[in-house]
Design a protein around this ligand. Structure first.
Ligand code: NAD
Length: 344
């Protein structure tokens, strides 16, 4: 397995492979960059086909966290951890505590948090071995980062709509949301409250049905969401959803959602741009969660201040779209450059 010449390797500062025979732990922690602060990033537990897949994921996700935190103006670097395991079958207290010891061995250079396959309960077990954990919530005030992520996406979406259509109001704006899980459902409710008309899709038909009824939304089959006659497409399910084929197929002229790593390949940004589709770079739009997780690390937690910070995502997105237009570049290129400037 190649590491230093891996296509996703980007001068990562440290990559740690951890193994614990007793609990069956097989994990990788990637610390991408700590110039702005400790490398914070979630712990993904997923049954990767092999360790090459796990390495690809952790390298890509940890770099994304560096850029996300830099553009969200957080005193954090970027890191990520993955455990090669099925979260429904293999997640045991012994496995999580072994992971806690691995995190502890980095002495605070890496701070872990929830991600897909891991939740607040798991973080409590990890906390028994290390204090370098966030995402444990602060009583009734915080905890689940998804409402904050959704609010950030909502702010980014409003900014994109202003740039693309020259309007501030969302009334009667047509929005298609792919995936109405934690983030997608919160986003749908905020958009509904602002007067938008929704088209929803999810592979989980039960939760989709209930939400559609509540919000008087149209629901469509998962594959049909790309063809919906809408103004905005909001990917809130999985990554790599924006393939060349999808870029050619979309009817929406704004793409703004919560999913990480939406572009299947970097060239899709150019294809969207050529078709006049304004794409809000995912790691800028979906930074609300990490802003909340960062705030939880401090003694004083002020929910209003966290919300104001999340709302500044609009300002960053505005700057990216304005520069992209002036420089005739894609918003993705501009976002990457802006992040590198902040790291510089
Ligand atoms: P989630 O698992 O709660 O929701 C995802 C939803 O997508 C589920 O309801 C699932 O059934 C649905 N789905 C899966 N495949 C689908 C398909 N092909 N078509 C339609 N629906 C499909 O996850 P979440 O926490 O809401 O996160 C959503 C996305 O946002 C993920 O990509 C995640 O990495 C990203 N994200 C989440 C946060 C957060 O705060 N939770 C923060 C940043 C980024």
């Amino acid at each position: 397995m190649r590491v230093f010449d891996h296509p996703e390797f980007d001068h990562h500062q440290q990559i740690v492979f951890g193994c614990d025979e007793a609990s069956g732990l097989r994990a990788i922690i990637a610390v991408h960059d700590t110039r702005r602060g400790p490398a914070l990033g979630g712990l993904r537990i997923y049954p990767y086909a092999d360790e090459a897949d796990a390495l690809t994921d952790v390298l890509r996700l940890s770099r994304g966290m560096t850029y996300k935190s830099a553009l969200a103006d957080l005193p954090l670097g970027g890191g990520k951890a993955v455990i090669i395991a099925d979260p429904r079958r293999d997640k045991t207290p012994a496995l999580l505590r072994a992971m806690g010891r691995l995190v502890e061995s980095l002495g605070g250079r890496y701070i872990t948090a929830e991600d897909s396959g891991s939740g607040e309960e798991d973080m409590r077990l990890i906390r028994q071995e290390t204090r370098h954990v966030s995402g444990l919530g602060r009583g009734g005030d915080s905890g689940d980062p998804s409402p904050f992520t959704a609010h950030g996406v909502f702010c980014a979406l409003k900014s994109a709509v202003r740039h693309r259509f020259g309007r501030d109001e969302l009334k009667d704006l047509r929005v298609a949301i792919q995936g109405v899980g934690h983030v997608g459902a919160h986003l749908a409710r905020e958009l509904h409250a602002a007067g938008a008309k929704l088209v929803l899709a999810d592979v989980d038909r039960d939760s989709l049905g209930m939400l559609s009824e509540e919000l008087e939304a149209q629901n469509v089959a998962p594959e049909a969401i790309f063809d919906a006659e809408v103004d905005v497409f909001a990917p809130c399910a999985m990554g790599a959803v924006l393939t060349r084929e999808v870029a050619d197929r979309l009817r929406a002229t704004v793409v703004c959602g919560a999913a990480n790593n939406q572009l299947a390949t970097p060239d899709v940004a150019g294809r969207l741009h050529d078709r006049g589709i304004l794409y809000a770079p995912d790691y800028v739009a979906n930074a609300g969660g990490v802003i909340e997780v960062e705030a939880q690390r401090h003694d004083r937690y002020d929910r209003e201040a966290v919300m104001r910070h999340v709302e500044r995502i609009s300002t960053t997105i505005d700057e990216i779209f304005t520069r992209a237009r002036a420089e005739e570049r894609t918003p993705s290129e501009v976002a990457d450059r802006l992040a590198r400037e902040r790291l510089g």
